[in-house]
Design a protein around this ligand. Structure first.
Ligand code: 5SP
Length: 215
């Protein structure tokens, strides 16, 4: 099973309800929360996520690019997110964060930046439902896919398969018609696409086009 999660980072933030209505076939909406501390960019926080929850029936896939994930992550689960991704680099007790997310009814996911090795953190897999392999430096949309992350995607796939394939392998950054197949062949099954979807005249058609490339 594969899934396409459009990132609203490339959408019009002044018209989010309309922008969400343009992607009815998305498997989930990817919401990038940035604090200008963990990453050098500032986007939205909890109140906006709560408002988004009210205007779309699509599942919310929250990607926290914020410091102190231990404190904030559970609140996004309480806001109705289907999944909450925290960065392992930003969590003091990642296993506890993952448990907290699940206890609030959300899937728990852990992200690693391009420079962060995956192996030291594989002991957390039992607490996780998804691994996010960043394929750009987090912070901005419209960057180029880092091919050097392909082995890390493959390692995440193997780690998931060793546990029966239960854990989704998400990729985020530079996913478009030129790169999605490489990421899929390396083992990714969940694809975040921002500019490739929202720069298109018809974002929902762009989702279909991406889907057709990995079928
Ligand atoms: O988390 C991030 C960026 O840090 C992403 O979710 C971007 O929004 C993806 O945008 P594109 O690379 O697809 O334009």
């Amino acid at each position: 099973m594969t899934a396409i999660h459009p990132s609203i980072l490339s959408a019009d933030f002044a018209n989010l309800a309309d922008e969400l209505a343009r992607i009815p076939s998305a498997d989930a909406v990817h919401v990038d929360v940035m604090d200008n501390h963990f990453v050098p960019n500032l986007t939205i926080g909890l109140p906006v996520v709560e408002s988004i929850r009210k205007v779309t029936a699509l599942p919310l896939d929250i990607h926290l690019m914020i410091s102190d994930a231990d404190r904030w992550a559970p609140q996004y689960a309480q806001a109705g997110a289907e999944s909450v991704t925290f960065h392992v680099e930003a969590a003091a007790k990642p296993a506890q964060v993952a448990r907290d997310l699940r206890s609030h009814g959300a899937k728990s996911a852990m992200a690693v930046k391009p420079g962060t090795a995956l192996e030291p953190h594989l002991g957390l897999l039992a607490e996780l439902d998804m691994l996010l392999i960043m394929t750009v430096e987090p912070g901005f949309g419209g960057q180029s896919f880092m091919d050097q992350m392909l082995p890390k995607i493959a390692a995440a796939r193997k780690a998931s398969d060793d546990l029966g394939g239960r854990i989704a392998v998400q990729v985020d950054g530079g996913i478009n018609a030129d790169t999605i197949l490489r990421a899929a062949e390396a083992g990714a099954d969940t694809f975040v696409a921002g500019s490739a979807v929202y720069a298109a005249d018809d974002p929902d058609a762009a989702i279909s086009d991406l889907r057709s490339l990995i079928k």
